[in-house]
Ligand binder design. Structure first.
Ligand code: TRP
Length: 332
C-alpha cells in the first residue's frame, strides 16, 4: 500500500524555539518513516509583511537547517522552499477563483493581521488561506500537521477542494488536521505566563539557537518563591511550569527527586533550576551545533533544497496537469 501524503509548511520568520520543537518538529520527525512527507519553508507566505530582501535567504536556510538539526531527514522527506515550486502559485491562482472575498475577510487570522498592520492590508494577506490550500492540495495531501490556530485555514482548504469538485469533478482529497490535537504538548514560557512564543518575550523563551550561558541565564531568572509551606501542596502555575519543562528535558528520576522534595517541603528551587539549566543545555546544544554547522555548509543546504524541490515538483506537476485538464485548459 502506498503511504499517505502529509504536507506541512514552516514559517520562515523568527527563530525556532522549544515550543516549535515539541509542538511541531518532533512530530515531523516521527512521521517521516510512515508517511510520504512534504515539508516546506513558507517563504512566499512571509512576503505578506515585506521582509528585507537581504534577509530572505538566510531565514529560509536557517529554518531548513534547524529542522534537519532536529532530526528531519531530507532523504526521507521532501524538504523544499515553497518558492521553488511554481506549480503552487499556479494552483493558488486557480483556487483564487473559487475563494470569495466575504469568506476571506471573515477569517480571524486575517482580521487580526489587518488590525496589527492597518497600513499593509494587501491582497496576499487576504488570500493567505488560499495559498495555504494550494500548498496542501498541490500534493493531494490527506493529513496536515498543524496547530489549533491553523485549523480554520485547513477547513477552508477542504471547502476549496469541495468547490473544485462540484465545478470540475472530484479530484482533491479533503485534508484533515493531523496528530497535534491528541498529544499536544504545551511548552510553558519561563515567566509563568502562557507558552513559549516566537515573537513575544524572548527572555522567557528558549530558542534552539541560544548559547549555553544564555539558556542558563534565562532559566535561573524564572520566577519561584520561598517554597511550599505544607506537604503535597498544590503548585502555583509558575512552579508547575518549571516542573513541566523538566519533564521535557530531564531524566525521570531527576524529575521524581524534585517532585518528592516539593511534596516534602524540602525543595530548593535554586538547585532545581540549576539542574534544569544543565539538562536544557545538554538538550539544546547538540541541536544548535548541528544547525550551525549545516548553515555553514551552504552547498549542502542548497543541494538538499534543490533535491526536495525536484521531488515536490514531480508530485505538483502531475496535480497541475490534471487540474488544468479538468478546468478545460487543454488546448494542444
Ligand atoms: N500558515 C502556517 C503557519 O502559520 C504555515 C503554513 C503555510 C502551512 N502553508 C501551510 C502549514 C500548509 C501547513 C500546510 O504556521
Amino acid at each position: 500500500m502506498s503511504k499517505e501524503i502529509v504536507v506541512s509548511g514552516i514559517r520562515s520568520t523568527g527563530y525556532l524555539h522549544l515550543g516549535n520543537y515539541f509542538g511541531a518538529m518532533r512530530n515531523y520527525v516521527k512521521m517521516q518513516d510512515d508517511y510520504n512527507c512534504y515539508f516546506f519553508v513558507a517563504d512566499y507566505h512571509s512576503l505578506t509583511t515585506h521582509p528585507d530582501p537581504k534577509d530572505l535567504k538566510a531565514n529560509v536556510f536557517r529554518v531548513a537547517a534547524e529542522n534537519i538539526a532536529c532530526g528531519l531527514d531530507p532523504q526521507k522527506v521532501a524538504l523544499y522552499a515553497q518558492s521553488d515550486v511554481p506549480e503552487i502559485p499556479e494552483l493558488y491562482l486557480m483556487l483564487n477563483m473559487l475563494a470569495y472575498k466575504g469568506e476571506l475577510e471573515k477569517v480571524p487570522t486575517f482580521k487580526e493581521k489587518a488590525r496589527n498592520q492597518p497600513d499593509n492590508i494587501n491582497a496576499g494577506l487576504l488570500t493567505y488561506p488560499v495559498l495555504m490550500a494550494a500548498d496542501i492540495l498541490i500534493h493531494r495531501a490527506v493529513k496536515v500537521p498543524v496547530g489549533k490556530d491553523q485549523e480554520q485555514h485547513l477547513e477552508m482548504a477542504r471547502n476549496f477542494a469541495q468547490r473544485f469538485a462540484s465545478r470540475y469533478g472530484a479530484f482533491f482529497p479533503e485534508p484533515v488536521p493531523f496528530n497535534f490535537g491528541s498529544n499536544l504538548i504545551k511548552v510553558p514560557s519561563l515567566d509563568g505566563e502562557g507558552k513559549m512564543s516566537k515573537s513575544e518575550n524572548a527572555n522567557a523563551t528558549i530558542y534552539l539557537a541560544d548559547e549555553d550561558d544564555l539558556i542558563r541565564k534565562k532559566i535561573m531568572k524564572a520566577k519561584t518563591d520561598s517554597g511550599p509551606t505544607e506537604p503535597n501542596a498544590e503548585m502555583p502555575p509558575y512552579i508547575e511550569n518549571i516542573f513541566l519543562l523538566m519533564e521535557l528535558v530531564s531524566q525521570a528520576d531527576t524529575l521524581q527527586f524534585f517532585r518528592d522534595a516539593y511534596n516534602a517541603c524540602t525543595i530548593r528551587y535554586g538547585d532545581m533550576k540549576k539542574q534544569l539549566a544543565e539538562d536544557m543545555v545538554a538538550f539544546v546544544a547538540p541541536i544548535r551545533q548541528r544547525a550551525s554547522s549545516l548553515q555553514n555548509d551552504e552547498a549542502l543546504l542548497r543541494k538538499i533544497l534543490k533535491d526536495g524541490a525536484e521531488r515536490a515538483r514531480e508530485s505538483a506537476s502531475q496535480t497541475i496537469s490534471e487540474a488544468r485538464r479538468l478546468i478545460g485548459i487543454n488546448y494542444y
